[in-house]
Design a protein. Structure first.
Length: 252
């Protein structure tokens, strides 16, 4: 079987400076690059794209709420039109940098609170799709496996990729456990690798309440700002490859 391994990057200048980001990019197959909304700027975008090119990692856009103070992880009260305009604005900013680097943006994945809201709110999911469509339609939209956002993205005419998370706990309804809970993040590389492998091979995940829930995914995410993200990425990749899972970028 084939699987994409993705990571949210272009968010932390310190990770760029100390080599952590490039170490992550050497393990994953797709990079979701912050577009200046919740994090990033043109210089960070360019440096991240260039790293991804050196590592042979596919690139995608990672738009979120334009709220840098809260890293895009607080839900904002925006209209559908405002969400669509913001998504378009951010993707266009990354696309300008990518064009100068000779790079191709092949997918789009919303970030943080925008992603979580879209997973349960059809109107917001449609607004994200509308924003992307103002730019291009020949990209893959990434969304939470089993959620309404994937259905709305597909209805809007996009190819979609159901996503699971190696480094996050789940609730029994398939949503991500809120970060306010101490066990929301999986920081142990072995635990994250085991969860990713279960998603890939069994199509399920064990929720925080112990319930086994179905979760069919095509791409598995590691957050670039999770402590020990480079070690987690390496452990996840090794576990998947050892199990015979072929890693391939979205759209590859």
């Amino acid at each position: 079987m084939r699987m994409d391994l993705n990571c949210d990057v272009g968010e932390l200048p310190e990770a760029l400076a100390d080599g952590t980001q490039e170490a992550i990019l050497r393990q994953v197959t797709s990079a979701n690059i912050a577009c200046g909304g919740h994090a990033g700027d043109p210089l960070m975008m360019r440096a991240t794209i260039e790293q991804a090119q050196r590592c042979g990692t596919a690139i995608g856009a990672h738009p979120g709420y334009e709220d840098r103070a809260n890293f895009g992880r607080i839900e904002l009260k925006l209209s559908s039109g405002e969400v669509a305009a913001s998504v378009y604005r951010q993707i266009f900013a990354l696309a300008e940098v990518a064009d100068r680097c000779g790079a191709h943006i092949g997918h789009v994945k919303p970030h943080g609170a925008l992603y979580n809201l879209a997973s349960r709110d059809r109107g917001i999911a449609r607004a994200i799709a509308d924003g992307v469509a103002r730019w291009r339609r020949d990209v893959v939209l990434v969304g939470l496996a089993g959620s309404v956002m994937l259905k709305e993205f597909h209805t809007a005419g996009f190819a979609v990729a159901p996503e699971g998370f190696a480094d996050r706990k789940y609730e029994g309804d398939g949503s991500l456990r809120a970060r306010k809970f101490r066990d929301a993040l999986l920081r142990d590389p072995a635990e994250a690798a085991a969860q990713a492998l279960r998603m890939a091979k069994e199509g399920s995940v064990v929720a925080a309440n112990g319930e086994v829930i179905p979760l069919k995914v095509e791409t598995v995410c590691i957050h670039g700002d999770t402590p020990g993200a480079a070690q987690i990425a390496a452990a996840v990749r090794r576990a998947l490859e050892d199990a015979g899972v072929a890693l391939q970028a979205l759209g590859g």
